[in-house]
Write a protein that binds this ligand. Structure first.
Ligand code: 5GP
Length: 368
């Protein structure tokens, strides 16, 4: 318990979190009950799907389809965004790069843009602490609670969370839809959108479909991260690495030559331990590639992927890594600190975050 308190109070940086995968179970159940009462779904048929813990990769994507049915209206998108940010803030995540797939749903009068506006509205509504989401709109980057002391990062009072957004392209989409997402990201740069992610069921579609959109994003100054190597498609993995994305997520199924290519490239890897184990992408924690990457000083970031779907938190991921790989508080603190450098945030904020880590570190005595 005492160690868990430590991981929770340590400042942390989250760079791989999907909005709809991070929704609280209690919220999903509430939304499902509501839709059940309206006769849109049968609650008893979905309750166990929401509460189930172990899911294969295929089942995870079926669950996302259900979650999307539950969250598809503007007010709900706003609600879940606010809750997800507040949940990360509550465990002392000081910088959150939140990703989500802009969705069009004509029956709800929702366009990709209005979906993203609902997300931004959720950021504005965060009120348990200050939020900086990079908005250049006067007065909107702060929510008026400055000076309030909410959480303690191991002894240092903290008043703010920095949030930036990545827009995801789903592998089910067409190139035209992906282009629309990239253009939207460019239009929303002043609202804290810093990059593009390619995600969605890795068994569906081909990444090459999206290459023109990803190239365009990069030419226009957006950063790119790709879900890479969740399934053993070596041709795709090589092509993705050759693209030299600014980061990749997972990197689970790389054979020897792809692994060598990754190491040479120094592309930072977003590691999601619980997600990889739960979906059986990696058979057990003791054979996880975290160890090899860490031991060879390859850039890596510990992340959650989907706190709701995998019943985890960033603090739990730090606890799991420390125990499984025999790392102490000092090493884990440094891991969190280096994550700032792999984020897509503007340099001025990165520098503030590094100062925060320095300040906290001065107050620490690392007694493991
Ligand atoms: P959303 O983008 O709707 O906010 O978050 C859920 C979506 O993120 C899923 O529908 C899926 O496209 C993507 N996603 C979440 N977790 C994973 C994962 O572990 N692997 C991949 N490839 N995509 C994921």
């Amino acid at each position: 318990m005492e160690m868990m308190d430590w991981w929770e109070s340590m400042p942390k940086v989250e760079l791989h979190a999907h909005l709809n995968g991070s929704v609280r179970n209690s919220t999903l159940l509430e939304l499902a009950k509501d839709l059940g009462e309206k006769g849109i779904i049968v609650f008893s048929e979905v309750e166990h799907v929401i509460l189930k813990n172990d899911r294969s990769l295929t089942e995870v994507f079926k669950l996302f389809d259900l979650i999307h049915i539950l969250t598809t209206d503007h007010a709900t998108v706003t609600r879940i965004t606010k809750e997800v940010v507040e949940d990360f803030a509550a465990e002392n995540v000081v910088y959150l790069e939140l990703r989500t797939t802009p969705k069009r749903n004509d029956s709800r009068g929702m366009s990709k843009r209005s979906y993203m506006e609902a997300v931004i509205e959720g950021l504005r509504k965060v009120d348990v602490l200050d939020i900086d989401f990079g908005s250049t709109e006067v007065g909107l980057e702060e929510n008026g609670k400055s000076g309030q002391m909410i959480d303690d990062c191991v002894g240092i009072s903290r008043t703010k969370i920095y949030v930036r957004l990545l827009l995801s392209i789903d592998r089910r989409e067409t190139l035209a839809a992906a282009m629309e997402t990239v253009k939207l990201a460019l239009e929303m740069k002043d609202l804290g959108v810093v990059g593009i992610d390619l995600s969605g069921n890795p068994k569906v579609g081909e990444w090459i479909t999206f290459l023109p959109a990803l190239r365009f994003a990069r030419e226009q100054g957006l950063r790119v991260t790709l879900h890479c190597g969740e399934v053993p498609n070596q041709e795709e993995i090589h092509a993705m690495l050759d693209f030299l994305p600014e980061r990749i997520g997972h990197a689970c199924c790389l054979e020897e030559d792809a692994w060598r290519k990754l190491k040479i490239s120094k592309i930072p890897v977003e590691i999601c331990l619980t997600s990889n184990i739960r979906t059986n992408t990696i058979s057990s924690i003791d054979v996880h590639h975290f160890a090899d990457l860490y031991n060879t000083n390859h850039p890596l970031i510990l992340c959650t992927d989907d706190t709701g779907v995998f019943s985890t938190s960033l603090s739990k991921e730090y606890a799991i890594a420390a125990t499984a790989f025999g790392l102490g508080k000092k090493e884990m603190f440094q891991l969190a600190r280096t994550a700032v450098g792999y984020s897509f945030v503007e340099e001025q904020v990165a520098s503030k975050l590094k100062d925060l880590f320095d300040l906290v570190e001065k107050s620490l005595a690392y007694n493991d």
